[in-house]
Design a binder for this molecule. Structure first.
Ligand code: ZN
Length: 309
């Protein structure tokens, strides 16, 4: 079987290590919902616990001390510095919350200005989320126009980062593949399938399988189910050879009706699931190998990956 790009399917070996990503904070989880970290030091402590439990990637939003949403570059820098001081090997993925989210101060794109990370090699994220399409999310419009997506992709590459394309629906994956064909996006990249959002694709095995069958070979994919779908969806992702994500951005429950005490507790459950299935938990170095981050040359760009026929 071949997919739309006429390359072999992306099922990786079911024995491959599982990359666990932990979204420790998110942009809207409140203290009423979970003991979510807001300050850089709180985030560093939570990241350290998550890494000890098996996470190799930290997906990072920053917040003000009172929990308010924040897009300031200095706040990102402070958070990354604090996290790397405790867990120097971890992979950091920053989020910019889309390109033009309606109802959000558009200053958020300041989190990724041209070449802003270029001079900060020692204090640098490796991945940056990219939202390749628009859709209704809950009661809001999540708006990422094609020109904005292309501009954001260019900023990501200018900064020497690899994009993680956040896929909320099948059509968004089609759009990403088209952007690869046009040369706007390059392989390797990372794909994140978000299942269970209101307005996005629902968290069914069939939906995930359909999207996985379209993934080009050699491209790593991660899946997250929102809320109560987090662990059931992770089980399917692990079985299909993919990678998984959890954290207070995605879910605040460790079991039905039972709140999680920490991000580490959520990560530990995914680690147990992977190991019970027979897949080891990836170290950060293994994760870099699997994602393709080691292809990054001179800290600025990635050696392009050819499609494998
Ligand atoms: Zn996020």
């Amino acid at each position: 079987m071949r997919n739309e790009l006429d390359v072999p399917l992306a099922y990786s070996s079911p024995q491959n290590p599982v990359i666990i990503t932990c979204a420790i904070t998110g942009h809207r989880t409140t203290r009423a919902m979970a003991p979510v970290p807001f300050t850089p030091e709180e985030q560093a402590i939570e990241a350290e616990g998550a890494v000890a439990a098996g996470a190799s990637v930290i997906h990072l939003h920053v917040r003000e001390d009172d929990g308010g949403e924040c897009f300031r570059v200095d706040r990102y820098e402070a958070a990354i510095k604090a996290i790397l001081a405790r867990v120097p090997d971890v992979i950091i993925e920053i989020s910019t919350r889309g390109t033009n989210a309606v109802g959000v101060d558009t200053g958020h794109t300041l989190a990724l200005t041209p070449k802003m990370w270029g001079a900060r090699a020692e204090l640098k994220p490796e991945l940056c989320s990219l939202n390749p399409g628009s859709l209704n999310l809950g009661d809001a419009i999540f708006c990422n126009s094609p020109p904005d997506v292309a501009a954001q992709a260019a900023r990501i590459y200018e900064n020497g980062l690899m994009p993680e394309c956040d896929i909320f629906d099948v059509g968004q994956l089609e759009s990403v593949l088209e952007l690869v064909r046009r040369g706007v996006l390059h392989l390797p990249m990372r794909l994140l399938f978000v299942l269970g959002s209101q307005g996005g694709v629902s968290a069914s095995p069939r939906n995930l399988l359909h999207m996985v069958e379209m993934v080009p070979a050699g491209v790593s994919w991660t899946v997250l189910g929102t809320g109560r779908f987090n662990f059931p969806t992770a089980a399917i992702g692990i079985a299909l050879g993919g990678h998984v994500r959890t954290g207070f951005e995605d879910t605040t429950y460790i079991a039905p009706g039972v709140k999680a005490k920490s991000n580490a507790e959520l990560v530990a459950r995914l680690a147990r699931m992977a190991e019970d299935y027979g897949r080891p938990v990836a170290t950060p170095e293994q994760a870099r190998e699997i994602i393709g981050l080691k292809r990054r040359a001179n800290g600025q760009s990635f050696a392009p990956m050819k499609y494998v026929a």
